[in-house]
Design a protein around this ligand. Structure first.
Ligand SMILES: Nc1ncnc2c1ncn2[C@@H]1O[C@H](COP(=O)(O)OP(=O)(O)O)[C@@H](O)[C@H]1O
Ligand SMILES: [Mg+2]
Length: 243
């Protein structure tokens, strides 16, 4: 088991001991997720386990009754999502993550709304990472394939030049080939020094690229370890990876 007591200063982003929910009943129970500098951390677990809720909590979209969220060791628990973006966090939510009526390039420009400097170089970087978006820059995002729309969503998130990128099921609904592609691009993003915290349904494939993995069940941490250790763990394999 990794990090029985995680030290905030070791993490680019850490939600530690988070407890809370949407109303009277708690969904998260002493839940901890995070990513260290330059890492890819992956959160897996059954449907309804609280993965998206944990991501929302880390991004400041859920009131917490307990726990703390830190960014580069600094307590940001009280900050609004907007303030977290200004501090270097970017979040690609599970649904409604692009403006379908806007062109690809307009989506990227919207992603940079907080910036006052020249955003052109960052748009070029996004087109270098996802060349198809450059080809389709004038097309409405709603006309793109599912995989291309996910590229727009990731590209939009990169427009704030974040230090931490949070992705909730970036490969939902795409083919295995497109999934592999997208994972390769996410590895490339992490290599530039951006720390990644990602929820994935494709647990096995995601853990293969994960430095750190979290298995959540019913709002609680069930397993935490390196991606490779989780892939080798018979209990994880049997219960969460289909044997
Ligand atoms: N906006 C919401 N209001 C109330 N309950 C919610 C809301 N979103 C999710 N839930 C509940 O929280 C639990 C965890 O959901 P979620 O975090 O979406 O799980 P996962 O992402 O792991 O599939 C589920 O029981 C779900 O019904
Ligand atoms: Mg979810």
């Amino acid at each position: 088991m990794l990090d029985a007591a995680p030290a905030a200063t070791d993490y680019a982003l850490l939600g530690a001991g988070m407890t809370g929910g949407y109303g009277a009943a708690d969904i998260l129970h002493d839940c901890t997720i995070g990513t260290k500098p330059g890492e890819i951390a992956v959160i897996v677990g059954p449907n309804g386990a609280g993965k998206s809720t944990a991501m929302k909590a880390v991004f400041g979209m859920l009131p917490l009754r307990g726990g703390i969220v830190t960014l580069n060791g600094k307590d940001i628990t009280a900050l609004s999502p907007q303030a977290r973006v200004a501090e270097g966090m970017a979040f690609v939510p599970q649904v409604n993550n692009v403006f379908r009526a806007l062109s690809v390039e307009e989506n990227l420009e919207m992603g940079a709304f907080l910036r006052r400097d020249d955003v052109r170089p960052t748009i070029s970087q996004v087109y270098d990472l996802f060349p198809v978006l450059g080809d389709k820059r004038r097309q409405p995002a709603g006309e793109l394939s599912g995989g291309q729309r996910q590229q727009v969503a990731v590209g939009r998130a990169l427009m704030t030049q974040p230090s931490v990128l949070m992705l909730d099921e970036p490969t939902a609904g795409v083919s295995p080939i497109v999934m592999d592609e997208l994972f390769d691009r996410i590895i490339e993003v992490a290599r530039t020094g951006i720390s990644v915290l990602m929820v994935e349904q494709n647990a096995r494939q995601a853990l293969e690229i994960a430095d750190r993995g979290y298995v959540l069940v019913q709002g609680r941490n069930r397993h935490t370890d390196t991606g490779s250790a989780l892939l080798a763990d018979p209990d994880v394999r049997r219960s969460f990876l289909g044997g």
